[in-house]
Ligand binder design. Structure first.
Ligand code: THU
Length: 130
């Protein structure tokens, strides 16, 4: 199963009754394992979580810690970009060169790197004087 197929399958399980915008994310960790997540909304809207955050949580729960590749898919006119918070979450576990493939359910695709998604990322090095 490709990352795109895994993201497509988990997207179907998204809980998005408020936005009606289902998102699926699949990531491969550096061990080669695939971890998936979907968005999970809440009636208290800010409590909802993004698909990418779910996939990262699944990766950590499974014992992996580094991301090799990411794929995100949604039914949107253009490939869906991760929100700002998810860019920072991905950057916590991925190198700057890691590929993030943004997909639409009708076959559009845009490949970006973590560096392109989050230029000027905040890292632990910025806290070196703390
Ligand atoms: N969403 C994601 O899960 N990932 C993204 O990359 C963009 C947005 C979700 C959050 C919310 O449940 C819905 O899409 C609408 O914002």
């Amino acid at each position: 199963m490709t990352l795109r197929e895994a993201a497509t399958a988990v997207r179907e399980r998204a809980y998005a009754p408020y936005s009606r915008f289902k998102v699926g994310a699949a990531l491969m960790s550096t061990t080669g394992a695939v971890h998936v997540g979907c968005n999970v909304e809440n009636v208290a809207y800010p409590e909802g979580t993004c698909a990418e955050a779910g996939a990262i949580a699944a990766m950590i729960a499974a014992g992996d810690t580094r991301i090799a590749e990411v794929c995100v898919i949604a039914d949107s006119p253009e490939p869906v970009p991760p929100c700002g918070g998810c860019r920072q979450k991905i950057a916590e576990f991925a190198g700057q060169e890691v590929k993030v493939t943004l997909c639409t359910t009708d076959g559009k695709k845009k490949v970006m790197t973590v560096a392109e998604l989050l230029p000027g990322v905040f890292t632990s090095a910025h806290m070196d004087r703390a």
